[in-house]
Write a protein that binds this ligand. Structure first.
Ligand code: CAA
Length: 256
C-alpha cells in the first residue's frame, strides 16, 4: 500500500519505518504524505495507544529531498505551501516515540522533533545543515530546536550547519533517552508499549497539556492542566486506576 514506508502493529503500538534506503530516507512529498496518512490511521485506531517512528541504522532521515526541491521556485513553493502537510502530524493526539538512529538532518531532525519522546545513541547525528544549501530550516527547525535546546545551541546549529551527536543532544535537552546503538529501536518500542498500556484518554490529554506549555502563558497553561485534570474524573479509567491502587492490583484500563 505504501511505497516509502513500512507499517506494522506490535501489540498496541503502531510502527512506521521510513524506507527509502537509497536516499537515506530523504523526505520527499510522497513520503511525507505516507507518514502522515499512516500516523493518522494509527491515531484513529482504538487498538493503538502509541506510535513509533523509525528510520534505518544509517539514517533516521537525511533531510527533505534536495533533488525534489532543487528546481522549485518561490511561486511553486508558496502555491503548494510546501511542508505545511507536516502540521497534520503534530496535530495528532497519540504519543509518538522517535527511534533516532544515524543521521537526523534538516527535515529529519525536524521530523524527530515533531515526536514526543526521542531515543538516540552517541552515534546519532542531529543537524540543521540547510544553511549549506543557501536556505534555512523549513519544517519547524528554527522554532522547535530553539525551544528544545535554547537560543545559544540553536543559533550555532542553524547558522553553521554543524552536527550535534546524541551525547550533546541529550545534555542539551533534545533527546529523552540516550541508549546503546543497538538498543534504540527496542527501547523506543518498550517506551511506546509502556505508554500504550496506560489509559489512552489520560495519555492523550497529558500530551496536550505538555504541548500547551509551548503555546501559552503559565497561568493559562496551569488552568488548562487543572480543567483537563478535572475532566479525567469523568472517565472509567480514572475509576479503574484509583480502585486498582486501593485494592493493590494492576490497573486494567479500558483505553476509552
Ligand atoms: N535529499 C535527497 N537525496 C539525499 C539526501 C537528501 N536530503 N541525503 C542523501 N541523499 C542521497 C544522496 O544524494 C545519495 O544518492 P546517490 O547515491 O543517488 O548519489 C544517497 O542519498 C546516499 O548519500 P551520500 O552518498 O551523500 O551518503 P554519505 O554517507 O556520503 O553522506 C550525508 C551522508 C552526510 C547525510 C549526506 O548524504 C548529506 O549531507 N545529505 C544531505 C543532508 C542535508 O543537507 N539535509 C538537509 C536537506 S534540506 C531540508 O531538510 C529542508 C528542511 O528544512 C525541511
Amino acid at each position: 500500500m505504501y511505497e516509502n514506508i513500512l507499517t506494522e502493529t506490535r501489540g498496541r503500538v503502531g510502527v512506521i519505518t521510513l524506507n527509502r534506503p537509497k536516499a537515506l530516507n530523504a523526505l520527499n512529498e510522497a513520503t511525507m504524505r505516507e507518514v502522515v496518512a499512516a500516523a493518522t490511521e494509527f491515531d484513529a485506531s482504538p487498538e493503538v495507544g502509541a506510535i513509533v517512528l523509525a528510520g534505518s541504522e544509517k539514517a533516521f532521515a537525511a533531510g527533505a529531498d534536495i533533488k525534489e526541491m532543487a528546481q522549485q521556485s518561490y511561486t511553486s513553493m508558496y502555491a503548494s505551501d510546501w511542508f505545511a502537510h507536516w502540521d497534520r502530524l503534530t496535530a495528532l493526539r497519540t504519543p509518538i516515540v522517535a527511534a533516532v538512529r544515524g543521521y537526523a538532518l534538516g527535515g529529519g531532525c525536524e521530523l524527530a522533533m515533531m515526536a514526543d519522546v526521542l531515543v538516540a545513541s552517541e552515534n546519532t547525528k542531529f543537524g540543521q545543515p540547510e544553511i549549506n544549501l543557501g536556505i534555512i530550516p523549513g519544517m519547524g527547525g528554527s522554532q522547535r530546536l530553539t525551544r528544545a535546546v535554547g537560543k545559544a545551541k540553536a543559533m550555532d546549529m542553524v547558522l553553521t550547519g554543524r552536527m550535534m551527536d546524541g551525547v550533546e543532544a541529550e545534555r542539551a535537552g533534545l533527546v529523552s533517552r540516550l541508549v546503546d546503538d543497538k538498543q534504540i529501536l527496542p527501547i523506543a518500542l518498550e517506551i511506546a508499549e509502556t505508554i500504550a498500556g496506560k489509559s489512552k484518554h489520560a495519555s492523550q490529554v497529558a500530551k496536550e497539556a505538555v504541548n500547551a506549555a509551548f503555546e501559552t502563558t503559565l497561568t493559562q497553561g496551569v488552568l488548562f492542566e487543572r480543567r483537563t485534570f478535572h475532566s479525567l474524573f469523568a472517565t472509567e479509567d480514572q475509576k479503574e486506576g484509583m480502585a486498582a491502587f486501593v485494592e493493590k492490583r494492576k490497573a486494567d484500563f479500558k483505553h476509552r
